[in-house]
Design a protein around this ligand. Structure first.
Ligand SMILES: Cc1cc2nc3c(=O)[nH]c(=O)nc-3n(C[C@H](O)[C@H](O)[C@H](O)COP(=O)(O)O)c2cc1C
Length: 355
């Protein structure tokens, strides 16, 4: 079957008219952005990691007030509790203070929100899709999704993880190549550094390994990327960084401008923001904190707590050096255009290449 037909057949189950998903982006996917994408025939997305149950409910209501299109919620599956090292954390705190913001002594104690409560709130909103990242949903959540008619989209970064997701009952697989902006979706923090696999290698390998539909993410920001992913066998694509310069995304202008001015070599993968690997612009902080002179980051989520003040102050003051400026390797292709028009032009370019 031709790539366009295969992808349109797949997304028709969600009432979509093109196979483009907004990628989940915690802290950077307001309902308005999702509604614009869904109203243009794609699917919206909410990275709910940082959202309480009432914020989750409010997001779904805001989205539904603006669109009757498709969308997904997304949550991180919690890691095991980190091993703490107070002496080392003190060094990281001291280092971070040199970046212009005080780091409270208990900053590293900040805990992620309650996963079970977040899951219950998401399932109660009955989204068409609920995606997992950083691991697999436990069997009780997988069973609740089946019972509620919600599709489970499992994010993976390797063939092995894709096989695990299929065996655990996922309905579709999101393959994240190492080009992707934001956190890497790997399950096991131990071997993450050795598994930086690019999308062109990973996507066909996963498609050959599983029977489920596969959605491609990582470095796709224009029609050429969409067409290439569909030719490699993807049933749909997910675009993150490519939508960050849209007015609806509402990120600080220093970050949006940094994305627009970047080339692929201007991004860097590191654990310096949260303790988990993620790809950001190579800002002054990113370069300095990854140098040999800087202390190693604390484990997730301790490092995330330690950098919280710097990141919040950076965003408030619109200072790129202190912003958690996530960006994928194709960030330079991201356009500062309204999201709906941008999505339509990306799909039009892709279809003319594929016809
Ligand atoms: C700002 C930002 C936040 C992100 N947050 C999440 C998240 O909460 N959950 C998730 O599964 N992926 C998250 N990601 C990864 C994206 O879902 C997706 O895999 C990635 O953006 C695809 O690569 P691209 O940025 O090159 O399009 C995030 C990415 C960005 C850029």
């Amino acid at each position: 079957m031709k790539p366009i037909q295969r992808s349109l057949d797949y997304v028709s189950r969600y009432g979509m008219s093109n196979p483009i998903f907004l990628a989940p982006m915690a802290g950077a996917c307001p309902a308005k952005l999702s509604a614009e994408v869904a109203n243009a025939g794609g699917a919206g997305s909410c990275g709910a990691l940082l959202m309480s149950p009432s914020q989750i409910e409010a997001w779904a209501a805001d989205f539904r007030a603006a669109s009757d299109g498709a969308f997904q919620f997304n949550l991180w599956v919690p890691d095991a509790d980190p091993i703490r090292d107070p002496d080392h954390e003190a060094k990281v705190r001291e280092y971070l203070c040199t970046w212009g913001s005080d780091v409270p002594a208990d900053a590293g104690d900040a805990k992620p929100l309650d996963f079970a409560e977040q899951c219950a709130a998401i399932i109660a909103t009955k989204p068409p899709i609920f995606s997992s990242v950083m691991g697999l949903f436990p069997p009780n959540i997988a069973a609740d999704l089946k019972a509620s008619g919600i599709d489970w989209l499992a994010s993976v970064t390797s063939v092995d993880e894709a096989r695990q997701a299929e065996a655990a009952g996922a309905d579709a697989i999101l393959v994240q190549g190492m080009e992707a902006g934001g956190h890497r979706a790997y399950f096991d923090p131990i071997d993450a550094n050795d598994r930086l696999i690019g999308l062109v290698s990973l996507l066909p390998a996963v498609i050959d390994a599983v029977k489920l539909p596969v959605i491609a993410a990582g470095g796709i920001s224009d029609g050429r990327g969409v067409a290439a992913a569909l030719c490699l066998g993807a049933s749909a694509v997910a675009i993150g960084t490519g939508f960050l310069r849209t007015p609806e995304a509402g990120i600080p202008s220093a970050w949006a401008d940094g994305i627009g001015a970047s080339t692929p070599e201007d991004t860097i993968i590191s654990k310096i923001f949260s303790g988990r690997l993620g790809r950001s612009l190579a800002t002054d902080y990113a370069r300095a904190a990854t140098s040999v002179d800087a202390p190693n980051p604390a484990p997730y989520p301790v490092q995330r707590g330690l950098t919280q003040t710097m990141r919040t102050d950076g965003a408030k003051q619109n200072e790129l050096a202190r912003i958690q400026a996530w960006a994928g390797q194709s960030s330079g292709l991201a356009k500062a255009e309204p999201a709906g028009a941008l999505l339509k032009s990306i799909w039009q370019d892709a279809t003319s290449l594929l016809d």
